[in-house]
Design a protein around this ligand. Structure first.
Ligand code: DC
Length: 492
């Protein structure tokens, strides 16, 4: 008899991010999900709790960031995943039980609010995901630790349901606690975790939100598994059906891509993961912007992707060559100094028809090496149309050279399409502007992640560092000029 091994539900390197407030069932769900998907389970809250415990032992105040970081750097913090629990070791000592007490819970939010503490722990967390597939739970996993996680889930539950769960947990550990006090303490911790400046608890806009207040554990696990599989499935490339607007490469585009992509090929451009833009629907192509060479280089990257109307600053349509080229490509001019509703109306209309839109969401060229900030337009367009956006990271476009440049490798890295799964839940809690900001934050984090991957393959060159420094001082001078102009205007 031949016994066939069951097919795993997801690839072994899959990264699943689970975020949510205290008591939302993250640990139970994430652990069971990891088992079901055959992935490693990592509880990041345990890391912040462990540091809080060690600080209390060493008599370090929760406000003393310098000494907290030193303590963390000098110690050996290890997590070991078991089927029913996570074992936590501090310098070899098992502290798994002692980090689950009310004394730790009273201090852990303050410890986790320090940015330098987070930098050290986030790096440790990323190392888990680089080595193998994980289900990682916490507060900032989808927004900061893994902005490109394969699937993101935000678990939520009413304060009452969460309080009851924590109460049962304390009772199991034989800890006496007053319900009213516990409820208030949890509310206070949610507030601190959500309002802190560094990586606050937030719903990643591309997460599926699950309110499990009235669910059994089994239901919670089934619904979460389904949501994870759904997100992964929706990202899979699909070949546009012949004749669909997103596939339809008109004669004009054939000519334009043909001419412009010669330049990219000639300069040895490398394109990574272009397949992520293969979708049978209109999408937003969203590259970072560092150089005037980005638009022509995009032609090389997009050659097989189909017709893409660009949103381009209106200044480009003024010179004769611009008029000819941008009109020839049916590009959409945009005014950058104001909210240009006409440009967004047109872009939304084209997306609705199933066409692709190219949009540089940073709104202007930024300093190489420090992507962002990302402006609000991308979030607005995504909210309005429901279209997915495919992030692209450009490198080397500041110095393309025939045959390839040793000063700055020329490449475009595509990321999987981002969809605003959380939109209905976000709309219940946030203004439109706040949602735009949250989309902007996510895209900035994605560009930084793609850049990190690029630098991991080829570290930032000396020439790139010089260029970045020059661009940075140019930006500073520009900002100083604008500030002075505004000041003079206010005085007169
Ligand atoms: O999930 P938990 O209750 O074990 O988390 C303990 C604390 O750690 C929580 O108050 C917030 C903080 N935390 C965080 O800031 N970021 C994470 N990724 C995980 C937890």
């Amino acid at each position: 008899m031949q016994i066939e091994k069951a097919q795993p539900l997801v690839p072994a390197e899959t990264v699943v991010a689970i975020d949510g407030p205290a008591g939302s069932g993250k640990s139970t769900t994430a652990r069971a999900l990891a088992e079901r998907l055959g992935l490693l389970y990592v509880d990041t809250g345990a890391m912040y709790r462990a540091l809080t415990w060690a600080a209390q032992q060493a008599g370090i105040a929760v406000s003393d960031e310098t000494n907290l970081v030193q303590l963390l750097r000098e110690s050996d913090l290890r997590l070991e995943s078991r089927q029913r629990e996570t074992l936590v070791y501090w310098n070899g000592r098992d502290i798994s039980a002692v980090i689950r007490t009310p004394e730790i819970e009273a201090d852990v939010s303050a410890v986790s609010a320090h940015s330098d503490v987070r930098i050290v722990l986030v790096e440790k967390q990323r190392q888990f995901g680089r080595k193998q597939g994980v289900v990682m739970e916490g507060r900032d996993i989808g927004s900061v630790v893994f902005p490109l996680a394969d699937a993101k889930i935000f678990l939520d539950a009413s304060l009452e349901a969460r309080t009851q769960r924590r109460l049962r947990q304390h009772q199991r550990n034989n800890t006496q606690i007053d319900v009213a006090e516990l409820r208030q303490e949890m509310q206070e911790r949610d507030r601190k975790d959500s309002e802190r400046a560094q990586s606050p608890l937030t719903i990643p806009p591309d997460a599926i939100v699950i309110d499990n207040s009235d669910m059994t554990l089994g239901e919670q696990l089934d619904i979460t598994t389904e949501a994870v599989l759904q997100i992964i499935e929706q990202k899979q490339p699909s070949i546009p059906s012949p004749g669909s607007p997103s596939a339809n490469l008109t004669f004009r585009y054939r000519v334009a891509y043909g001419i412009m992509s010669v330049v990219g090929d000639f300069c040895g451009m490398k394109v990574y993961d272009r397949h992520w833009a293969d979708m049978d629907e209109g999408k937003i192509i969203a590259p970072n912007h560092v150089s005037n060479w980005d638009p022509p280089m995009l032609a090389t990257a997009l050659r097989n992707i189909g017709h893409c109307r660009s949103i381009a600053k209106e200044e480009l349509f003024r010179p004769l060559w611009g008029k000819l080229m941008y009109n020839f490509l049916h590009a959409v001019p945009i005014k950058r100094s104001i909210y240009d509703s006409h440009a967004f109306d047109r872009a939304a209309e084209y997306l609705g028809e199933g066409q692709n839109i190219v949009f540089f969401p940073e709104g202007m060229r930024r300093v190489f090496g420090s992507p962002g900030p990302v402006r609000n337009g991308l979030g607005m367009l995504m909210q309005r149309t429901g279209a997915a956006a495919v992030p692209i990271f450009f490198r080397g476009t500041t110095a393309p050279e025939p045959g390839g440049s040793s000063r700055s490798p020329l490449e475009a890295r595509f990321a999987p399409p981002v969809r605003l799964h959380a939109l209905p839940s976000l709309r219940e809690r946030m203004s439109e502007r706040e949602i735009n900001q949250s989309v902007s934050n996510l895209f900035r984090a994605i560009y930084i992640e793609l850049q990190d991957r690029s630098f991991a393959a080829i570290p930032m060159t000396e020439w790139e560092m010089e260029i970045a420094a020059k661009q940075e001082s140019k930006v500073r001078r520009k900002e100083a000029k604008t500030f002075k102009r505004r000041q003079n205007r206010a005085e007169s």
